[in-house]
Design a protein around this ligand. Structure first.
Ligand SMILES: [Mg+2]
Length: 383
């Protein structure tokens, strides 16, 4: 089998209502879907995480000729070739997002050709359904209340009613005092057996993060995610020594070496690789396995549309954490519940999270998701 064509689709999902996080307000969520065609007629889909137009430009300028004629079954060879071609110009970011999307599409093709799930090709299903956490309670405005911020307990109650075992709260847009009040309100509302993660999306200096962490010590926090800039390793070391709250991060990192370095620094308790950025399924599996060898737990980042989400679910379902005992816990996987829209009507058979759990589509080939081309055309107009 040979790759015969590649198409990219820049699409966007309007976000109603708009929401805020530590980097500002978001009114639409764009993404890049990749369609790989083969001479056998089988088509595979991939998705990249990051700015879609620059990523597609990298694919067209650097990779489209290289992958033409390659065998999509040879994911190791293909990955190594693309990584080598662009290594001198970029170590991560849009370049690795481009490789990620191509790699995911190849895995989809392999599964469709063999009539088996990606999960089965990654080693088989360790879990047939995954527990999800709701991500995330963000800042929203109440149009009936002079655009003041909606009480975070309102969406927390909806997530609780939807059956999620844990919820994540975005922080970092307000002062530490005002965000602390939101955290306390949600924590006091949630039952004690429902986890609460907080995600700052790289909002703080180490001094500010330590101030926040000290005030959170008395509160049950499942993890504190991305409090500092990705490259502030000295700050992470200071924070790590100052708090007992588990620290999570890694959604913006690409490739094994970046994860090796962060693991050697021992600043995170939990890693959150993004399949659409780390290097696709080929690299994400290696990062999951490497994380195990450091005794650091791993769960996929989840802010993709239907294709990237399916890839993350297939990977997470195949991962046997070390140690693999009946008492071992599995971290929940990230899931964006309504009303925030990351899926639209893009898939004919979208994954669904019911009662806080998503069933892995093991009876479907490849990623287990079929794109509705009419819906895709509608979303391209937004892109
Ligand atoms: Mg995050």
């Amino acid at each position: 089998m040979k790759i015969s064509n590649i198409n990219g689709y820049v699409i966007s999902f309007p976000q109603n209502p708009p929401w805020g996080y530590s980097k500002g307000w978001v009114t639409s969520a764009p993404t890049l879907l990749i369609e790989l065609s083969t001479d056998s007629g089988i088509v595979g889909w991939g998705e990249a995480y990051g700015p879609p137009k620059p990523i597609y430009e990298v694919i067209q300028s650097f990779f489209s000729e290289s992958i033409f004629g390659m065998d999509p079954f040879e994911t190791e060879k293909l990955w190594g070739k693309l990584r080598h071609e662009i290594r001198d110009h970029s170590q991560g970011g849009v370049a690795m997002a481009a490789i990620s999307a191509i790699d995911i599409a190849c895995w989809d093709i392999k599964g469709k050709a063999l009539n088996t799930s990606v999960c089965s090709m990654l080693g088989g299903a360790v879990r047939t359904e995954l527990t999800c956490y709701a991500s995330a309670i963000r800042y929203t405005k109440d149009p009936d209340q002079s655009d003041s911020l909606v009480d975070p307990v309102v969406p927390a109650r909806v997530m609780l009613d939807q059956g999620f075992s844990a919820v994540k709260l975005a922080i970092g847009m307000l002062s530490i005092g005002d965000d602390l009040a939101r955290i306390k309100r949600v924590r006091e509302f949630l039952p004690s057996d429902i986890g609460l993660m907080i995600d700052a999306n790289h909002a703080y200096t180490s001094r500010a993060a330590i101030e926040l962490a000290n005030k959170l010590e008395a509160i049950d926090i499942f993890w504190l995610e991305d409090p500092l800039a990705q490259d502030d390793l000295p700050g992470y070391h200071s924070l790590r020594q100052a708090t007992s709250i588990p620290l999570a991060g890694g959604e913006t990192l690409s490739g094994r070496p970046a994860f090796r370095d962060i693991l050697l620094e021992n600043v995170f308790d939990i890693l959150i690789p993004e399949t659409g950025l780390v290097g696709g399924l080929t690299e994400a599996k290696k990062v999951f396995d490497m994380s195990d060898t450091f005794g650091v737990e791993c769960t996929p980042h989840g802010f993709a549309s239907v294709i990237g989400t399916a890839a993350a679910i297939q990977l997470a379902a195949s991962h046997a954490a070390n140690p693999f005992s009946s008492g071992s816990r599995s971290l929940p996987v990230e899931w964006t519940p309504p009303p925030l829209d990351r899926f639209g009507n893009l898939a004919l058979n979208p994954l669904r999270c019911q009662d806080g759990k998503v069933a892995v589509p093991l009876d479907q080939p490849g990623l287990g998701v079929e794109i509705d081309r009419d819906a895709l055309r509608g979303l391209i107009k937004n892109g």
